[in-house]
Structures are given as structure tokens and as C-alpha cells.
Design a protein around this ligand. Structure first.
Ligand code: MSP
Length: 644
């Protein structure tokens, strides 16, 4: 059992939280819950970035003190995180005393060691971005980052000697492959470091801005917000340096950030830490952006997606799952309600939720609602047990690699395997044939497999996993609450035979794509989109197709059926023997003309009697009105060849 320290960016307190903020925070929450599940002691920090010109101006506009403004604004984040079941260890605000103390101590340390100096500076300054640019950075004389007007400012300021550390940082990044992830972001930073690094202006004169942390060695200045904000990653875990908590948690394991703030985290921050004599965080992981129809979300475009609306409509667990599942962590992803509905219906309702109903029903019908003991083990059973035993280890190693997408896909492959296992072993047939030992084994394995996946999904679908597990007794639920004491919760065989199974309501009901009109224009789906969703939902899963066994059949004999003008009795060779089938093609084909043809036969259709003649299989034909055309293969194939 180790320690694991993870952070989200601290959000600008002025912003109204949107799905981008929610995503960063859910990711960190999910990662931290997985680490807890696998036995780590976790520190998970998030919070708000509360200083700077924008906050000062917003407060002024409202006619309130900046601190009061922050106190009111911060509630939006705290409440959203509560709603999203974000289980952070600490919520840090940069207006806290402790944080100020750490920022000032750090500044003093860097100043005393000569890495901060005072100088006159003339530069182009972007007010909204609160940063200086050089003449050559500008794009059409405007801010290269936000495209807005810049102003020329000449002032005396304090500068941090970043230039001096450029070569060291380049080597460090090259020597530590996990330091910046994913690879694309690392390469961007290495590209950026090919150019000389400019020293960073880390102060602002109070005459221009006084809502910030005072520079400890010059009362006329406050600290640049990014210097202030980045330091939160240290102040959140305790007071500076010789503090026990600091020793315990630093260096941080993962700083999750959005791709737009990679430079501040992968260049400024490591240099600040190096200058202060601290170790560097193990990984800075830059995730992509959620886009709306390939566009950035912005208030002015009016396409900002608010998490609260989605949570209210689809439920918190589904929302968490949908976000985690649909963004390949490093890349951008497109958000739409269509995506939300499709993911819920296919993964949560169809694969996971259905499995629960299936097994609970069967245990109830065949074993009076009690988990049977496992008795006979066939090769098919063995396969499902082996896969179940190795699943937690693979999920664990994906998580250690911050590869949530692969972890999820491994879990869902297993869910589909269990569904297939049930289809193939067909408990209903085992019951009919009185193969009770086999039936017990299949149902035990299916229940245990389901329990395992619920535990492994619990970091994402917290409540729903608990509800699902409660079907298998209260005791199993207790595991979730005390994960640290029950590291073995995810090992195979924990489910006790004899446990009573409770019937519970469908945990993830299918969502009707025909969204209810909520009255708000932005929630209405265009008709076209609705059609698309409907079509999407009507599509069948590949697993359905795989269930149909189709083979090449060579017609050995054909004869009319008495008193029928449409039916022919046909004998086909389908590789493993002869089959007799009855087909309604007599109006189009004469018996003798089809003998020798290689056609396509569905072999696993239930046998039937048609006009008193046994039919065991079905041939395929194209039809247009009265006209029929037998489907045959393009090249001669051996009878029994599979159609795939
Ligand atoms: N306050 C700074 C961070 C300081 S950390 C020491 C900041 N705040 S922010 O509120 O503007 O952004 C916070 C995070 O939200 C960033 O990681 C940013 O990338 C992320 N997102 C903002 N919009 C986003 C999307 N549309 N999609 C995903 N994440 C995005 O920057």
C-alpha cells in the first residue's frame, strides 16, 4: 500500500462551472477512488483560484469586496462537486492564510537565493489574460492567446530567472518519460523549449492591481496570479518544507490539467520547484477539450453545457460514466446529447444493467433467490473464471498508467463475455435437461463476475454500483465503504453461496431518444438529430449477428411438397451432415433446377414442421414483390463454410 497524491487545476472563481471543469474533477475523483480501491492512501486536492484583475473587476462591478465576491462564487463549485459526488481530501482557496504564507515563503526563498530580481520592463500587456507579451509574440498586434487588444506598459517589476533553467528542464523532460503526458504535449513543450526562455514577471504593482498576495520583500507589489495559483499544489498538503504532511505527500503523483495550461504546469512550475530545491511532480497529465460541434465552448457563442442540467436529466452516475468513457484522455472530444444517450443505452442499460436483471431473475427462478454453490467446472466455466481472476490486475495496471479508457474497455469486454457465457451455456436448457450442477456453476460464476465488475466500476458509478451490489446482500455493500480494509474485495470467489438475492429495480433504464421538450430552446433536439439518434438506437449489436450461424449449403435434392404450390422440400449438405428444410420458393424455382446450387443456410434456427414436413434450417433469398432470388456464394466453397 502506497500513497497517491492527485490534483485538479484550481478553477477561476468567476467562472460558472461547465462540463470542462467537471471533466477534470471527475477524472481526478475516479483516479483517486481507483487508487483507494487498490489499497493506496490518497490525497486528492481541488479548489479555486481567487486572485487577479478579473476577480477584482467583477467584485467592483457588483460593488462588493473581492473576498466577499469570492466567498459567494466559490459555492457554485463546492455545490457542483457535492452533486457529482467528488470525494476530495481538500478544497483549497488561494485566499486562505496558510496558502498566502506558503506563497510568501517561497518568494522569499527564491529572492534570497538570487533567482528573483528587480528590473524595468516595457511590454505589451493583455488585461484579460493578465500577462505580458513580447512584440514578436503578438499576432496582428493583438494578444496571441485571446486575440484581444494589448496595451504598452512600462513598469518596474520583479522577475523570476526562468531563462537560467531552460537546458536543465529540457534534459529533465527527456530523461523522465512519464513527466509530461501524453506524448503530443511533451513534444509541444520540448518544441517550446528550443527557443530561449524569457524570465517571468512575477509581480504586479498595487497601483494597478491590489487583489493578490503581497510580495513579502516589497509592499508595493502583489504576486502574479499564476505564481500564486501553482503554489497551491504545495500549500494544500500542509505548510511548507519540514512539515510531516508535506514530506508524506510530495512529490505529487498526477497533476491533471487541460491542454491549454500545459506550459504553466510543465515549464513555470517545474522551474519554480527546482529553484526552491523541491522534487518535481511525477506526472503532469494534460487532457483534451470537450468541444461542441467541433467548436470551443464559450458564453458568447452560447454553447456552454452546464453539468447540472445533464445530471438532473440523466443522473450523476451516467454523467460521470459518459464523460470518462467518451474522451480518450489526451485528445479532444465532441459532446452531444446523442452521445450521452447512446452511451447510457448501449453500455449501462444494455450490457451492464441487463446482466443484473438476467442473473437476478434466473437465481430467483431456479434457486429460490439464493446464490448456488459452484459444483462442476467445464472449459467454458474455466474461461470465465480465469478472465475474472485476471481482470482486477489488468484494470489496476491500466490505472497505474493513467489509462482509464483501457481500464473501462477491459471491464466492458468482460461484461460482454459474461452475457455471452450465459447465452452459450443456456441455463434454461440446463434446467430443462436437469443438469443442475452445471446450472449452479453457471449462475454462481455469472453472479460473481457481475459482483466483480460492479466493484471495478464503483469508482465511476458509485451509487449505482452500490445498489447493484446490494442485490447480493448488505454485506457486499460494506466492502465499498471500507475499501481500504478490504483489499481483497476484487478477488474472485468472495460471493458466498447461500446469500439471498434481492430483486431491485432496473438500475440503468434505457433512455427514450425522443427527448422530452424541457421548455428551454437549447435543450430541444432538431428533428434531424432525433431521427439520427433513433436510427442509431435501432441498430443492432454485432453480438446479435454473431449469434446467427450461417453456412454454405450444397443442395443435394429438392422435391415439391404435396398440395402446395409454393413449398419445396430441400436436402442440403452443410458440412457436418444433411439437413432437410422447407422453403417457399416453388413459385420461382423448379425443384430440379436448384440441385447442386451452393446457397446460404441459417443452421441454428429452431426446427419446425411446415405442412407436416420437418424443416431444420432456413435458406436465404432476396425478394422484391413476387420475385425471389436465392442467395449463393460468389465462388465455389465447401459445404459448411462459415458466412461471417
Ligand atoms: N485557474 C487556472 C488554473 C490554475 S491551476 C494552478 C485556470 N482555470 S480555468 O477555470 O480557466 O480552467 C480550469 C481547467 O478547466 C483547465 O484545465 C482547462 O483546461 C479546463 N477546461 C476549460 N474548458 C474546457 C473544456 N471545454 N474541456 C475540458 N477542459 C477544459 O485555467
Amino acid at each position: 500500500m502506497g500513497t497517491f497524491y492527485i490534483t485538479t487545476p484550481i478553477y477561476y472563481v468567476n467562472d460558472e462551472p461547465h462540463i470542462g471543469h467537471a471533466y477534470s474533477t471527475i477524472l481526478a475523483d475516479v483516479m483517486s477512488r481507483y487508487h483507494k480501491l487498490f489499497g493506496d492512501e490518497v490525497f486528492f486536492s481541488t479548489g479555486t483560484d481567487e486572485h487577479g484583475l478579473k476577480v477584482q473587476e467583477a467584485a467592483k462591478k457588483r460593488g462588493v469586496e473581492p473576498k466577499l465576491h469570492c466567498d459567494e462564487m466559490v459555492v457554485r463549485f463546492v455545490e457542483l462537486w457535492k452533486k457529482l459526488r467528488i470525494n476530495y481530501t481538500r478544497f483549497i482557496r488561494t485566499t486562505e492564510k496558510k496558502h498566502k504564507f506558503v506563497v510568501q515563503s517561497l518568494l522569499t526563498y527564491l529572492y534570497e537565493r538570487g533567482d528573483i530580481y528587480f528590473d524595468t520592463y516595457e511590454g505589451k500587456y493583455c488585461i484579460p489574460e493578465e500577462r505580458f507579451w513580447t512584440e514578436k509574440d503578438l499576432v496582428d498586434a493583438k494578444c496571441p492567446s485571446c486575440g484581444r487588444e494589448v496595451i504598452t506598459i512600462e513598469e518596474k517589476n520583479y522577475f523570476f530567472k526562468m531563462s537560467k533553467y531552460r537546458d536543465w528542464l529540457r534534459d529533465y523532460i527527456k530523461d523522465h518519460p512519464d513527466f509530461i503526458k501524453p506524448e503530443t504535449r511533451k513534444n509541444e513543450i520540448l518544441g517550446f523549449l528550443k527557443n530561449p526562455l524569457i524570465d517571468l514577471c512575477i509581480s504586479r504593482p498595487k497601483s494597478r492591481l491590489d487583489w493578490g498576495i503581497e510580495i513579502p520583500f516589497d509592499k508595493k507589489y502583489v504576486t502574479y496570479v499564476w505564481f500564486d495559483a501553482l503554489t497551491n499544489y504545495i500549500s494544500t498538503i500542509g505548510v511548507y518544507r519540514d512539515n510531516n504532511s508535506f514530506q508524506k505527500w510530495w512529490p505529487c503523483d498526477i497533476h491533471f490539467v487541460g491542454k491549454d495550461i500545459t506550459t504553466t504546469h510543465a515549464v513555470y512550475w517545474p522551474i519554480m520547484l527546482k529553484s526552491a530545491g523541491f522534487d518535481l511532480p511525477k506526472t503532469i497529465f494534460a487532457h483534451g477539450w470537450w468541444l461542441i460541434q467541433d467548436e470551443k465552448m464559450s458564453k458568447s457563442v452560447g454553447n456552454v453545457v452546464k453539468p447540472v442540467d445533464l445530471i438532473d436529466r440523466y443522473g450523476v452516475e451516467s454523467f460521470r460514466y459518459v464523460l470518462v468513457k467518451n474522451m480518450i484522455i489526451g485528445s479532444d472530444a465532441s459532446f452531444s446529447e446523442e452521445m450521452v444517450i447512446n452511451t447510457i443505452n448501449s453500455d449501462l442499460a444494455n450490457d451492464y444493467g441487463n446482466l443484473l436483471s438476467r442473473i437476478v431473475n434466473m437465481v430467483e427462478i431456479y434457486f429460490e433467490g439464493k446464490i448456488p454453490e459452484t459444483a462442476a467446472v467445464s472449459k467454458t466455466d474455466e474461461k470465465i473464471i480465469t478472465a475474472g481472476k485476471s481482470l482486477p490486475e489488468s484494470v489496476k495496471s491500466y490505472i497505474e498508467n493513467t489509462d482509464l479508457n483501457s481500464a473501462l474497455s477491459a471491464i466492458f469486454v468482460y461484461i460482454r463475455k459474461i452475457n455471452k457465457y450465459i447465452d452459450e451455456t443456456a441455463p434454461w436448457t440446463l434446467y430443462k435437461k436437469n443438469k443442475i450442477k452445471e446450472l449452479k456453476t453457471v449462475l454462481y460464476n455469472a453472479c460473481e463476475g457481475f459482483r466483480l465488475i460492479s466493484v471495478l466500476l464503483s469508482p465511476i458509478i458509485i451509487n449505482k454500483a452500490e445498489t447493484a451490489l446490494s442485490a447480493f446482500s448488505e454485506e457486499v455493500m460494506k466492502y465499498i465503504d471500507n475499501v481500504n480494509e478490504n483489499e481483497e474485495i476484487y478477488s474472485w470467489g468472495k460471493l458466498k453461496p447461500g446469500t439471498s438475492v434481492k430483486k431491485i429495480d432496473s438500475i440503468f433504464p434505457r433512455i427514450d431518444s425522443d427527448l422530452k421538450d424541457t421548455g428551454k430552446p437549447e435543450r430541444k433536439m432538431k428533428d434531424k438529430e432525433k431521427d439520427k439518434v433513433k436510427k442509431e438506437l435501432e441498430k443492432i449489436d454485432i453480438e446479435y449477428i454473431k449469434k446467427i450461424d450461417m453456412r454454405v449449403g450444397r443442395i443435394l435434392d429438392a422435391s415439391p411438397i404435396k398440395n402446395s404450390e409454393t413449398l419445396l422440400k430441400i436436402i442440403v449438405d452443410i458440412g457436418d451432415g444433411k439437413r432437410q428444410l422447407v422453403a417457399g420458393i416453388a413459385g420461382q424455382y423448379k425443384a430440379e433446377e436448384i440441385v447442386g446450387k451452393e446457397i446460404v443456410v441459417v443452421t441454428n434456427i429452431k426446427p419446425a414442421k411446415i405442412r407436416g414436413t420437418k424443416s431444420n434450417g432456413m435458406l436465404l433469398a432476396a425478394s422484391a414483390g413476387e420475385t425471389l432470388s436465392l442467395i449463393s456464394v460468389d465462388r465455389s466453397m465447401d459445404p459448411g463454410s462459415e458466412i461471417s
